[in-house]
Design a protein around this ligand. Structure first.
Ligand SMILES: [Zn+2]
Length: 316
């Protein structure tokens, strides 16, 4: 069984699963932008349900929204959208990377004591009792690092995530930046005793370095090729080149696919013209990327493995 925002669901019912998308993101501090427009919950539900029905029509049955605690996570929104669309949603507990998350509270306490166990207890409480008074339980744990280093704060949050995973059996998904720090994340998880087959090193398509990918894959984890369409960070051609190469040498069972799309923003919308990111939407995989994989000779069997079997095994 996997915990969804509407309760436990047998893993066999997950079907085609997008492993990393966001209904709503709010960078910490959004709440102080007093002059920003405020969408009501029902407006957000309408926008997200429309999107959800678009991808449901393309076959998607489950969506994982690994929004950590500190990026405007809204599980009531997720529950209402899941109810309205009939698509399963799995949400997360966990903390974001230091430079764009909300590290002040635990960082301050960490000056005086080791607070790893406090962070672990917060994750475990959400996993076992639910988030706040919502009754919604997370189905996975999010952990995150910035580019080229793991800060002491991030290491604490990663260790806490690993300890919570060991205590509850819930899997971990991560954020990495510029295709770096996947090794260091795995080192921390392994040192804490996590079964790496239940870890996704997210945003691994931010690197096109096959040595990096193979080194991680050889340790048994899954890699997220989960930012298709986010071409201001890495062109899809490079994501595809690396993906097709890895599929060609037998790694289909360890790769999951997604976009890391964001459907709504708390505060003001992203100040970027949509023309800069024309493909950053959750339909892109089905309309543009899968056809390119098929053109490159990738079998339906491998595509199904990445979209259905791997998420199912990850949550099992
Ligand atoms: Zn994300």
């Amino acid at each position: 069984m996997v915990q969804t925002v509407l309760g436990p669901v047998p893993v066999d019912e997950l079907g085609i699963t997008l492993m990393h998308e966001h209904l709503l993101i709010g960078w910490p501090g959004w709440e102080y932008d007093a002059a920003a427009p405020r969408a009501s919950l029902s407006e957000l539900v309408t926008i997200c349900t429309e999107r959800m029905l678009e991808i449901k029509a393309l076959g998607v049955r489950t969506l994982v929204d690994p929004c950590p605690m500190d990026l405007g996570r809204d599980v009531e929104l997720m529950a209402r959208v899941s109810q309205a669309s009939g698509v399963h949603i799995v949400c997360a507990t966990g903390l974001y990377k230091e430079d764009q998350g909300s590290p002040a509270y635990f960082k301050f306490r960490a000056r005086f004591a080791d607070v790893t166990s406090e962070i672990r207890d917060a994750f475990v409480l959400e996993l076992t009792e639910g988030i706040g008074s919502s009754g919604v339980k997370p189905g996975l744990i999010k952990a995150a690092t910035g580019a080229h280093q793991v800060t002491p704060y991030e290491e604490m949050a990663l260790r806490a995530a690993a300890q919570a995973a060991c205590a509850t059996g819930v899997p971990i998904t991560t954020h990495t930046e510029e295709g770096t720090m996947g090794r260091e994340q795995l080192d921390i998880f392994a040192a804490e005793g996590v079964d790496l087959r239940h870890v996704v090193i997210g945003h691994s398509c931010g690197s096109a370095d096959l040595r990096y990918h193979v080194e991680l894959l050889d340790r048994g984890c899954l890699l997220g090729f989960d930012r298709f369409g986010l071409e201001i960070l890495q062109p899809d051609r490079l994501r595809l080149a690396a993906l097709i190469g890895l599929l060609g040498v037998g790694f289909a069972k360890q790769i999951v696919l997604s976009h890391d799309s964001v459907w709504c923003w708390r505060g003001r919308p992203l100040p970027l013209p949509e023309t800069m990111l024309p493909h950053w939407k959750p339909t892109h995989l089905f309309t543009n990327i899968l056809p390119r994989l098929r053109d490159a000779g990738v079998s339906e069997d491998k595509i199904e493995t990445m979209l259905v079997a791997n998420p199912r095994r990850f949550f099992s």
